[in-house]
Design a protein around this ligand. Sequence first.
Ligand SMILES: Nc1nc2c(ncn2[C@@H]2O[C@H](COP(=O)(O)OP(=O)(O)OP(=O)(O)O)[C@@H](O)[C@H]2O)c(=O)[nH]1
Ligand SMILES: [Mg+2]
Length: 326
Amino acid sequence: FGQVIVGAPGSGKTTFSRGVKDFLNSIERPTVIVNLDPGNDVLPYEAAVNIMDLISLDEVMDELQLGPNGGLIYCVEYMEKNLDWLKEQLEQHCKDQYVLFDCPGQVEIYTHHTSMRNILAAFNDWGWQLCVVHLVDAHHCSDASKFVAASLMSLASMTMLELPHVNILSKIDLVQRLGRLDFNLDYYTSGYELARLPELLSKKEGVHKVAEQEGHAAASKSVLVEAQNRLRRFETAIANVVDDFSLVNFIPTSINDKDTIAYACRVIDKANGYLYSIGKQIDGDTQGIGRALELDDILELIEERYIFDPDDPYDEHSSGTEEEES
Ligand SMILES: Nc1nc2c(ncn2[C@@H]2O[C@H](COP(=O)(O)OP(=O)(O)OP(=O)(O)O)[C@@H](O)[C@H]2O)c(=O)[nH]1
Ligand SMILES: [Mg+2]
């Protein structure tokens, strides 16, 4: 059993791999990490198998004079051609372990290119029961366009990779770094009525806001307003596509918040089937994660810990408490 941890560059994949390993080890589930990112030269964990023993992005870029994206595509295709090496390494170092696969950040390998899908299909043939865990940085909640784009990306990798899929809103502790959220957190996690997001924001902002802020002349103001309206219509159309599939929702996590990681792991255990085989397949963890909090409790806890109202003097986060200063 295991998790294939994917997501855009910097979304927190490597940190999540290490955090989940520590958490699962703490509940006595034998867990290892496999580094599948050929550009991951500084690892904050000990990898049971490291793809860099097979191929390194830096060397490929040097020798073949490729840029980072072309280089990574070359590496992933090379991995696909050398599946025997990977199979042997997994058999040698990961037998009877729960495995976290820390993957590269270039999104095109999950949304367009077929090598990653073929590699995962091979894992499936070798008997691994995996779930894709797709990380999206919570800062996408700060802007409708970004959130719609991130949801579309999640949908694209879900349909491309053809495995059970759990979407994570990572770094939720930083969600308000770019300002107050326009909606309650559950709007972003539920994946319900995404298509209303651009419309709701237009109402809230007023469509003339951008033009007024920029202080443009009347003629160029109307051009800007029309452009903004067109953008909103485009976002709505994209959001409708995501809504039509009714598949995209998110689980919020913060790597230093054990409650959120426990909840995410419990959902992932259901998705990859681990929950239904506890005690049968893997020695050690016979109990599973146990009764973690429910999603509503997690959302409440996140609101309490990380989301504050800057206009509310009684909100302890906004008034510069000792805890925050430290
Ligand atoms: N505050 C906070 N920071 C986080 C969290 N998760 C990751 N980070 C930070 O986000 C940055 C990027 O994390 P990585 O784990 O390197 O992200 P990645 O997706 O592996 O990045 P690439 O491999 O380059 O694609 C690091 O500075 C992490 O410390 C989190 O839950 N909370
Ligand atoms: Mg990484």
